[in-house]
Design a protein around this ligand. Structure first.
Ligand code: ADP
Ligand code: ZN
Ligand code: ZN
Length: 734
């Protein structure tokens, strides 16, 4: 090469573009895209990812800086993953450097080398084997290694640590070409040893679903199976098929620490390495698991949202379990949807994708209706287990004792006395959502948010659930000094006390964010409940997440009205999903289950449809509504948010944004603008929040608009004084 190459590098910065650097002509061939580099950036040196090698730059060559160092000999991000990251950055209008950094485990993002797994083994090279015994006499440590390997054949890092040999000694020998690392390759598994337990014989619908999943090539399937219908068994058997041929499966689930049962089922079934990626890992553990997937050593990769960016050596199948779950969409920073990226990834890697849920999102249901996805239905439960019976209690007519109607208390008593377990769902943690003064009507509000402070009695504090502001519970009203402060409303902490009084002879197990902070806390709950002793499980939406509690025969939903009258158009969909998922914990064993739902609006068409029919009818009703109101999934949506200590600045910025946008793409029957409007919670954490929503019939048009608009806004001085962000396909409108 006669002149330097230009390296186009993704650098972590708020700017939505690549930066050019020089690769000097005398440094040999340019590195490959996907390698990490150290590059000078402003006054710092940062870790970037090489995206492209070019012979041209828009800047004059003498303005370009050389890179500081090359960190990887081989691309750390393989081509398909690099492309996925670039696609996601562009689709979600996010700075590309930051998006690619998200794709890397923290350790590698910081520029460190890939950690060596403790089970890595070394052996002698042919050259090493032929060495005369005296050759290394002057380096006794190296001599010791050579001797050990001559006797044993291979040895692991741990073996050498026991001998007191440190890693640099091995590296020196490696550089001399005397020893080499033994990297186990993923082998096609012998079906006889792949499984450590016998798969369950599938019932006909399960078998039909499994057989419909075509394992060669790209296609999306929606496994639409009622709660407890055996979706996981279908996943396990589909995975078995691909792993048997030496291919890998990537499984995304909402929250691993909350669903320890899922992980144990995978571990119990398969004899092959399962890599697990979740937030509880140390940086080193995470990098190791990530690399095991990348090199193909892990046959199965199980992870939460960010695991969608795990490289796979030989992908065979992608699965997203509980695809409706909102945790798959990142709510801040890089606002990607792991479920939607799974579709893109499966398409690019040419493998099938299975989306599974008992309460599919309206997006996925519409994709089935339009023929893009195939819908596989499981409408029954295996064995004798049956879907629960539903019953509503109209709480307008009833006196409640601390949130419990007479009917509900009697039904609970009957089940508990019959030796069964009861689950009570109350989606509000803390003791009470409001503290108020009986004398003057004062209410404890958060100073930084437009919200009330929640009373947490066990730690005697008032806490804002939106900004974490805390304050001791006052003894007197700060306005009138009266001592008559009242807790109003029910949280799980208070309900726990109520239940202990109502049912003194049965244990109450409370499950919410406050009781499950410790690692393994959820596992402890699961173990206790699996014992089968009669008890009351009381908790928030944590109880809705895929748990299998076969001894629960009654599920009580204390207040079903949360999502009925919200400003967020997705609220009813989320409410229906949550109620159906919680209800699905009932009757999973041999005894039939009952669901009792308390509501002030039993006759509301949404509640009535959910109770008298099912989630399917409910979701069709919502789809019809969204079609009429021209909302997603019938329209594509982008939400521009702006927030500032001064509410006017945020609104002014969005007004300017709307003007820019309407010039690029005028409002029409196909393109709608709404806002700027104050957000549902206008003030949060001391800032006033406004939003502008843009809906469009065609996705590419919206994409083009958002890309041009983001660039324009990035350059506007109005944006400098406030915080603003773009959310493509927003899930949470609050
Ligand atoms: P889902 O994932 O749809 O909620 P699971 O896969 O957890 O359902 O299945 C619910 C229960 O039914 C589990 O205990 C599972 O072992 C059992 N099960 C699933 N499929 C079968 C089958 N074909 N035969 C017997 N039991 C089954
Ligand atoms: Zn008062
Ligand atoms: Zn607050």
């Amino acid at each position: 090469m006669t002149h330097s190459a230009i390296l186009r590098v993704a650098v972590p910065s708020p700017l939505r573009r690549l930066f050019d650097y020089l690769w000097p002509a005398n440094s040999g061939p340019a590195p490959l895209p996907g390698c990490r580099l150290l590059v000078p950036f402003g006054r710092r040196t940062v870790v970037g990812v090489l995206v492209e090698v070019s012979d041209h730059s828009d800047l004059p060559l003498n303005k370009l800086k050389s890179i500081s160092a090359l960190l990887d000999e081989q691309p750390l991000l393989p081509e398909p993953l690099l492309q996925l990251g670039l696609w996601a950055a562009s689709y979600y209008q996010h700075p590309v450097g930051d998006a690619l950094a998200t794709a890397l485990p923290a350790l590698l993002r910081k520029g460190e080398a890939l950690p060596e797994p403790a089970d890595r083994h070394w052996q002698l090279t042919t050259h090493g084997k032929g060495l005369p015994p005296s050759a290394l006499a002057r380096a006794p440590r190296q001599q010791q290694v050579l001797q050990h390997l001559l006797e044993r054949g291979t040895a692991s890092r741990a073996d050498f640590q026991q001998l007191g040999v440190a890693s640099p000694v091995l590296r020196q020998l490696e550089q001399k070409g005397l020893v080499e690392q033994l990297i186990p390759k993923l082998q096609p598994f012998d079906p006889a040893t792949l499984l450590s337990e016998t798969p369950l014989p599938l019932y006909p619908q399960q078998r039909e679903a499994l057989e419909s999943i075509e394992l060669h090539g790209f296609h999306c399937y929606l496994l639409d199976g009622e709660t407890g219908s055996g979706k996981t068994e279908v996943y396990l058997q589909a995975i078995e098929k691909v792993v048997r041929y030496g291919r890998q499966a990537l499984v995304l689930i909402p929250e691993i620490s909350l669903t320890p049962q899922t992980l144990s089922r995978f571990r119990a079934r398969f004899n092959c390495p399962v890599a697990v990626l979740h937030s509880g890992l140390t940086d080193r553990e995470r990098a190791l698991a990530w690399n095991a997937a990348r090199t193909g050593q892990a046959a199965i990769v199980l992870g939460t949202r960010s695991a969608i960016f795990t490289p796979l050596q030989n992908p065979g199948l992608l699965i997203v379990d509980e695809e409706h779950d909102s945790s798959f969409k990142q709510q801040d920073g890089f606002r990607y949807s792991a479920r939607d990226l799974a579709v893109i990834r499966a398409h690019r890697e040419n493998v099938p994708l299975v989306l599974g849920s008992a309460t599919p999102s309206l997006e996925s249901l519409l994709n089935c209706q339009q023929g893009r996805y195939s819908r596989l239905v499981l409408s029954q439960r295996p064995g004798t287990a049956q879907q629960p019976r539903w019953q509503t209690v109209d709480i307008r007519q009833h006196r409640l004792s601390a949130g419990y109607s007479r009917e509900l208390i009697e039904a609970m008593q009957q089940q508990l006395d019959g030796g069964n377990q009861v689950l009570v769902f109350l989606n509000r943690r803390g003791f009470a959502p409001t503290l108020s003064c009986h004398q003057c009507g004062w209410i404890a509000n958060c100073r930084r948010c437009e919200a009330r402070l929640t009373v947490h009695r066990q730690i005697n504090r008032l806490i804002c659930h939106h900004c974490e502001y805390q304050h001791p519970v006052p003894g007197n009203c700060p306005d009138c000094h009266s001592a008559q402060l009242q807790c109003i409303g029910q949280g799980t902490e208070r309900s726990e006390e109520t239940l202990q009084v109502l049912f003194p002879q049965y244990p109450v197990i409370r499950v919410d964010r406050d009781t499950t902070r410790r690692k393994q806390a959820m596992q402890a709950v699961v173990d206790r409940v699996s014992g089968g002793q009669p008890c009351i499980l009381l908790g928030t939406q944590m109880l809705a997440k895929g748990h299998h509690f076969p001894h629960v025969t009654l599920v009580a939903i204390l207040d079903a009205d949360g999502g009925l009258f919200s400003a967020d158009f997705r609220a009813p969909e989320k409410m229906g999903q949550l109620i159906t998922q919680v209800a699905g914990r009932a009757g999973r064993g041999d005894h039939p289950g009952t669901v009792i739902l308390q509501s002030h609006h039993c006759e509301h068409p949404l509640i009535a449809t959910l109770v008298q029919q099912d989630y399917r009818a409910f979701s069709e009703m919502l789809l019809a509504e969204r079609r009429l109101t021209q909302l997603p999934p019938f329209r594509h949506m982008a939400l521009l948010r702006a927030e500032a200590p001064d509410g006017r600045a945020a609104a002014t910025f969005l007004e300017y944004a709307r003007q820019c946008a309407e010039q690029l793409l005028p409002a029409s029957p196909d393109t709608g603008y709404l806002g700027p409007l104050p957000a549902a919670m206008e003030k949060r954490n001391g800032r006033f929040r406004h939003q502008l929503s843009i809906t469009c019939r065609e996705r590419p048009k919206l994409q083009q608009l958002m890309s041009a608009l983001s660039t324009a806004l990035e350059q506007s001085s109005l944006g400098a004084k406030i915080r603003w962000s773009v959310d493509i396909d927003p899930q949470d409108m609050s």
